[in-house]
Design a protein around this ligand. Structure first.
Ligand SMILES: NC(=O)CC[C@H](N)C(=O)O
Length: 630
């Protein structure tokens, strides 16, 4: 990935279904759950480096004992810092009371973070600043355990403003306007109502103490989530712990954000990515399931899990960027999909190099494009096999020609090397551009000067600036005839508003290409026309129904946009011919048939809030406002 796009989040939830003694006996430590949470989070560290947080619930903690415990951090190595603290607490507890260290119930009662249910979160913020206060889990605490709630999510809501107003209408005073607090308060409000209704129904027959247990046994979390989630507009995988020990993970009706679970008689586990569960619990991939869109996995106080429909599922449009780039590529399905993405690009690549494989060098931009590159090389091999077969069948070949054909191998080289350390050193000073050029390095002396074409695969092209300022300039120093940059993702034309921070249109190189084409053809006035159309309906339903920006892209073909992008990323002074090739949307869907979320490529948003965001993002561009459109 040459352009870094951030903003994902990861969730991890563990419910231990047996008493603590069971884990001590079987695994030798009361820290079993904590250790597993650590692993689940470490294996998802790719999903968020702004900060991290964890919370745990001790079910049936005695009066006077803490039942919710939480740690959060925005330190550079946030996961290590949090678990370092927890580990230190445990060590100190044992060292200061050596005679009690083996007494499990004493350790359990005196180590606040030991619990029955654990929740972990990795954050890349999409709302609010990067502070510890914005780290999840966020907690709403009450003396009634059944009214207490902690939430952590991978999500972005496109209607936070409306949700916030609703809370005020409900009579609340939300302490912040952040989306996480808004969601927390919304679920919290209906949790309170549910508590209140149960309380009213028991109050004439039972004492308050009895009512507490009755509420915890009978509280209907499904009902709470149904009422709270009714008007959420966004992509979400939202995890929550209640103070009495029931927990849930609810997923949006299109399944935009990922959530997977595994259940056996010892644990219920949920995570954003399958490999995290696979590695942490060493279970079969086939036993790890996806939470059905629009459903919640609810685990009751006793630890019994069930999958419940919360909102009627809509067309499944899970984010294809997870497959292209975000999620870890060692998930067997993602591994296959990425290889397929590479393979499906071969037709376009072969045409672009005129089928001249002798003078073509294949390479990739580290690291996420590596798997697709394997697929791409497989596609080239497949082509060669057919070519050889035909040559042998159709022609009278001399022995020398036959040897040539049989011995020829496509030329695969590692041409692009990432110098990670350099990026951290770069500041905003005058020499920035010169330093940026050297974030990547290259391998010299493998390219035939003036003859070879370099085909370099990347997973996506967002802004195109690293290509322009670093990679193409650097490759050009090898003196190739032509440089072809190939993108596994189609052209990124529209913003994301469901958890990835790609919200400013002007930053997309495909958008800039479209603007340049408007300019070239004397059509720039179309910008004003589209702006007027947006302005005329802003605030009405129509603003959420039609993506007006599409009209502008529709003026040009896919190839015209690609050709303009090629011009833009070719910095002045670059001698080689430059061509950019993108995956088509059809081929992407064929490569990832179960993850068809493609609004950033097509402009077809699965929710009305998304369409509003693209129109607003366009207006922000015209109004020169450099702000997020949600
Ligand atoms: N990337 C995410 O899922 C972000 C979660 C949430 N919107 C936040 O900003 O904290």
């Amino acid at each position: 990935m040459s352009d870094s796009i951030k903003h994902e989040c990861g969730i991890a939830l563990i419910r231990l279904r047996k008493p603590i003694e069971y884990y001590v006996e079987k695994y030798g430590t009361p820290m079993y759950g904590v250790n597993k949470l650590f692993l689940l989070m470490q294996k998802q560290h790719n999903r968020g480096q702004d900060g991290a947080g964890v919370a745990s619930i001790k079910i049936d903690a005695g009066p006077g004992m803490e039942y919710i415990s939480r740690f959060r951090s925005v330190k550079t190595r946030a996961i290590d810092s949090i678990f370092g603290k927890i580990g230190k607490e445990y060590k100190e507890l044992k060292e200061s009371n050596p005679e009690k260290a083996e007494d499990i119930s004493w350790v359990w009662n005196n180590m606040p973070f030991l619990g029955d249910v654990y929740l972990g979160h990795l954050r890349y913020g999409t709302h609010g600043v990067n502070s510890v206060d914005n780290c999840h889990p966020m907690v709403r605490e009450n003396n009634w355990r059944s009214r207490s709630l902690a939430v952590a999510g991978n999500f972005n809501m496109t209607n936070v403003e409306e949700q916030f107003q609703k809370l005020i209408e409900l009579g609340q005073h939300p302490k912040q306007k952040s989306d996480t607090i808004t969601v927390l308060e919304k679920i919290g409000h209906f949790l309170d109502e549910e508590n209140q209704e149960l309380f009213e129904s028991y109050k004439h027959e039972f004492t308050n103490k009895e009512i507490t247990s009755l509420i915890e046994e009978n509280l209907d979390l499904e009902h709470v989530l149904k009422r709270a989630g009714k008007d959420f507009d966004g992509g979400y995988a939202m995890a929550g712990l209640t103070g009495y020990g029931a927990s849930f993970v609810v997923r949006d009706p299109n399944g935009i954000r990922p959530a997977y679970y595994y259940i056996d008689d010892e644990v219920v586990v949920v995570a954003s990515e399958k490999p995290a569960i696979k590695t942490a619990f060493d279970v079969d991939y086939s036993a790890i399931k996806e939470i059905t869109p629009g459903h919640a996995l609810i685990v009751d106080k006793e630890g019994n899990p069930s999958l419940r429909e919360i909102i009627e599922p809509r067309e499944k449009l899970s984010c294809s960027f997870e497959r292209i780039y975000f999620s870890r590529g060692n998930d067997p399905e993602i591994y296959e999909e990425r290889k397929n993405m590479g393979k499906r690009l071969c037709g376009q690549i072969l045409e672009a190099v005129n089928y001249d494989l002798k003078n073509t060098v294949f390479s990739y931009i580290p690291n996420t494009a590596e798997t697709s590159w394997l697929g791409m090389m497989k596609g080239i091999e497949d082509y060669l096999r057919t070519y050889r077969k035909q040559a042998i069948l159709n022609q009278q070949l001399t022995e020398e020609e036959l040897d040539d054909i049989l011995q020829f191998k496509p030329r695969a080289e590692k041409l692009v090397i990432k110098d990670v350390k350099l990026r951290t050193f770069i500041t905003d000073d005058n020499n920035r551009d010169d330093l940026v050029t050297h974030v990547y390095d290259t391998t010299y002396e493998v390219v035939k000067k003036g003859i070879d074409t370099l085909v370099v695969l990347d997973d996506s092209i967002v802004r195109g600036t690293t290509l322009e300022k670093s990679i193409i300039k650097m490759l050009d120093k090898l003196d190739p005839k032509k440089i072809i940059i190939v993108s596994c993702a189609p052209q990124i034309r529209y913003p994301d508003c469901y958890g990835i921070d790609m919200s400013r249109l002007k930053e997309f190189v495909a958008f800039r290409a479209m603007l340049a084409l408007l300019e070239d053809r004397g059509l720039y006035y179309k910008i004003d026309e589209v702006y007027d159309k947006c302005q005329a309906v802003e605030g009405t339903e129509a603003f959420k129904e039609t993506n007006f920006v599409k009209e502008l892209f529709d003026l040009f073909t896919h190839d015209e946009i690609s050709a303009k992008v090629s011009e833009i990323v070719k910095a002045p002074g670059v001698k080689a011919e430059v061509q950019v090739i993108y995956q088509t949307i059809e081929d992407l869907h064929l490569a990832c048939p179960n993850h068809r979320g493609d609004w950033y490529f097509t402009g077809n948003y699965p929710t009305p809030g998304g369409t509003r965001v693209v129109n607003r993002a366009f207006m922000n561009f015209v109004e020169k406002k450099a702000v997020r459109a949600y």
